[in-house]
Design a binder for this molecule. Sequence first.
Ligand code: KE4
Length: 432
Amino acid sequence: MNNINSIKLFEEAQKYIPGGVNSPVRAFKSVGLSPLYIEKGRGAYIYDSDGNGYIDYVGSWGPLILGHLHPEVIGAISECLAVGTSFGAPTERETTLARMIVEAMPSVEMVRLVNSGTEAAMSAARLARAYTKRKKIIKFEGCYHGHADTFLIKAGSGALTHGVPTSPGVIEETAAHTINATFNDLEGLEQLFKSSGEEIAAVIVEPVPGNMGVVPPQPGFLQGLRDLASRYGSLLIFDEVITGFRLSYGGAQSLYGVMPDITCMGKIIGGGLPVGAYGGRKEIMSMLSPSGPVYQAGTLSGNPLAVSAGIAALKILGRPGFYEELDGKASRMAIGLSGAARKAGVEVCFNRVGSMLCGFFTKGRVTDFKTACDSDTRKYSVFFRSMLEQGVYLAPSQFEAAFISLAHTNEIIDKTLEAASRAFEAVANTSF
Ligand code: KE4
């Protein structure tokens, strides 16, 4: 595969941008390649600076559930461009998107638009601390909630101790207020609450984690979180930046019937442009400035272009049969991949919820961060490279999700499965 232009562009970028990228995972480090520079996208495809085309299963890390350049989304952006790009003043469009989110997400009575998932999660934590007048936040190992200090924390020496910063610049005093729990371990969480319950402002969770690969919640786990948080007067925060409008029009909370106190959103609600959001019950959200004392602000929050793209996207997602059609595509993909791996004699654990899926190169089931980390990332790298050479663009990390979009036709999926058969053979024929 000729990627000489991408290599040159990456060299140039590294002169001006740390690591040559504006977000670390794009650097392809974990698959040991130089990143591809993408020039354009169309439908299910992206095209790099050397003219190579790829079937895209990253979808900008989740936002592009409709594929690239969906005509109704582009039309809405163009219509908005005719009147302006940003005013720093309220616009009717923001109310429209807010109303659509409130009408879609059953636990959300009010919502604040921001510019990223990080902003949404960071603000939700501040709001939960203000509402409960408590300091500690429980998160789950392997779940990612953006790069705010509160969340760049890994488990300390013991599950019941404080967190430890995962990044320089995050100070111990901050880490002291974040505790890591184990996803799908309700007993462990109950122990945490028994020992620190009165100090816990909130538990934040990706209801279906997509940042350790895809790990479905075990039956009763999310309801168990809900019950524990309620029992101890803590808030439950669902980080639905990925799952919101991905798993259903009402997100994971509708799919599993578990209602959080605060929901974080992003990605899909921006239609491919920068939008984040957090929402919840009126009594909680009303604490936000200017209606209440909790400060949070943003120059480009509710940006008309981004909001117009989001409105257009949600209108399409809200049409009857959308998620059934998407789930059919994802099921075709998952069944095909399992068969191809089995035929090649490669042990892969496939986890799928709706149109987000992941294949872990490991023997057993993957049910939490530890079992996810048992995956052989060398095998993933071989698989990734073979797929890339065959024109299929997957996440450049074992610990992400593959996303199916409306633009992935059966023909495109079958083409992917042919490539996967060869890629699994490549894994089987590699000695590690
Ligand atoms: P952003 O700040 O990147 O918009 O959102 C942070 C975030 C919050 N919550 C969840 C569940 C998320 O998945 C994310 C961001 N996701 C990653 C990839 N899984 C974005 C890709 C990147 O970091 O470049």
